[in-house]
Design a protein around this ligand. Sequence first.
Ligand SMILES: Nc1ncnc2c1ncn2[C@@H]1O[C@H](COP(=O)(O)OP(=O)(O)OP(=O)(O)O)[C@@H](O)[C@H]1O
Ligand SMILES: [Mg+2]
Length: 369
Amino acid sequence: MAETQANDVLVSFRGVQKSYDGESLIVKDLNLDIRKGEFLTLLGPSGSGKTTSLMMLAGFETPTSGEILLAGRSINNVPPHKRDIGMVFQNYALFPHMTVAENLAFPLSVRGMSKTDVAERVKRALSMVQLDAFGGRYPAQLSGGQQQRVALARALVFEPQLVLMDEPLGALDKQLREHMQMEIKHIHQRLGVTVVYVTHDQGEALTMSDRVAVFHQGEIQQIAPPHELYEHPRNSFVANFIGENNRIAGQLHSLDGDRCTVSLARGEKVEALAVNVGQPGDSVSLSIRPERVRLNGHSESCANRFSGRVAEFIYLGDHVRIRLEVCGRTDFFVKQPIAELDPALSVGDVVPLGWAIEHVRALDPLPAA
Ligand SMILES: Nc1ncnc2c1ncn2[C@@H]1O[C@H](COP(=O)(O)OP(=O)(O)OP(=O)(O)O)[C@@H](O)[C@H]1O
Ligand SMILES: [Mg+2]
């Protein structure tokens, strides 16, 4: 059993640390197994150590301690060009003096491939990113999205077992970015190549990945498939970083298995899932997704019932966000599909609302803002 699992792993970070100045650790004790064929995303705020981790895997940075294994072998002393890894970066420029076809041929020629094989591979790579007719153009004659597709093709053309992408779509506008997200995802599905992708865009991470590793201050906070990360965040950082979130500060009143009761500042009690809490008396923060809050009659079956004063409506086409004053907070949001919105609801109304125990998570307190 353990052996089968080991065979499924392509990359292992084992106790990897990185310091640039010999004092502060930018990456702290990174332990991570990346499976063969997996699309794994490193997601986290700026400065959390994503690029540093990727650079160590690529071989452009050396771990301060620990070990990185590729297909079971330590690569600590293997230079970048011998690691068989393709790379795409946000500003990884194409060679401007070479045509698109020459750019794609380059990684193959340096590997000593014959001219006919090169031509065949280049043709296939161009077709993969739907640029069949563009082989003769120079990079400057392409749009940003087309250039990024060539960069993608160049990273894949030598059929590496592993491709690293660091914010490859960061420079593109929203529409093109979303199109390229699907394109990269489909290429990944077709080729079965292992991808390690870096972004600080949570939507991008959730859309594209098999698993997402959430980074914060050089540590993985949680690693899980997108749905699990969204529905079952393990701590406040993840709950707040992924998706929208109502947070209410409170104190742990009592604990009973995986359930708990939390007292709010004004004395109200909330029954919640005990996810990451200490002892009774300790501070906690409650996390409730806006789409899980039920209004009016829909709240009758909820274990937690309160009332809220409607402060604002924000229309977003298919759904509406309603800002309410609830439990002393003025920024409590409820999200409703347009079709379910009570047309009579107006600013100033006081309405009953509620949420089920399984939709409120008691987590570690957030640092004071
Ligand atoms: N070559 C370097 N020398 C010194 N410090 C560095 C170097 N590269 C990165 N750092 C520092 O390490 C920390 C992590 O940087 P890193 O580039 O890994 O973050 P990141 O998660 O990729 O952030 P972003 O989302 O902004 O790209 C930052 O504080 C950064 O200033
Ligand atoms: Mg970075």
